[in-house]
Write a protein that binds this ligand. Sequence first.
Ligand code: B1M
Length: 207
Amino acid sequence: MSIKQVYQAVIDFDEDGMPDLIQKELDAGTDLDQLLKEGLISAMDYVGKQFSEGELFVPEMLMAAQTMKKGLEILKPKLGAAGGSSAGKIVIGTVKGDLHDIGKNLVGMMLEGGGFEIVDLGVDVEPKTFVEEAKKHQAQIVGLSALLTTTMPAMEETVNALKEAGLTVKTMVGGAPVTKAFADKIGATGYSEDAPGAVELARKLAS
Ligand code: B1M
């Protein structure tokens, strides 16, 4: 058994085999941070790159993320106990009035695979809920998703509400109708057009 097999299981979407592979690594006393970074995170980075290059598509990325999540479920409690390092805390949600969550879930899973702690608020999230949860969890980043042109204004409302609450939290926005120009116009800290890009962006914002 080796970390390489964990890495390969993500790439092969071997969701069923993942728990056993992780458990065997834990039993063998493999370093947890190394298992997370070299097994799960680097595999998701590879998958993200394949997606960006048009070699993989959304369903495959979802399967890889699902497989990564299976491993993370076992690893996470142990990481907490061992004081494993988190890349940062991100509160994420789909903005008020919007029920689309497939892209947001994918972004959340990729961010988790990238080593971030994710607090997912779900869909149709009021600006004041983003503010309360960002405060409560002392998040470094708030991630907003919108799929409807009619809910894009709720993104601006949320960014403003976070600023008005005096939070120093960074904001990243995305979703099919959202553009970099829109993100700049509403004063969001960053924009990403897809899930792998969101991981890269979050790493920049959190550093
Ligand atoms: Co809706 N819908 N929908 N819909 N839907 C769209 C978005 C639409 C473009 C379809 C169309 O008309 N061609 C259109 C919007 C038009 C517009 O606003 N200009 C539309 C509409 C009109 C509606 C309703 C109003 C329909 C109606 O009831 N009359 C209604 C609205 C409900 C509401 O939200 N209040 C509605 C409902 C639904 C369903 C419930 C049926 C379902 C959603 C199921 C769900 O999400 N659980 C649905 C779906 C599935 C779609 C389409 C077909 C697919 C969206 C999707 O999941 N894409 C969509 C048409 C389309 O896009 N082809 C459509 C896959 C997903 C992986 O991509 O979400 O873009 P995406 O996420 C990407 C990036 O955008 C980015 O990364 C992701 C992965 O790389 N990204 C981020 C997303 N969030 C990010 C956040 C980040 C960073 C990157 O940082 C935080």
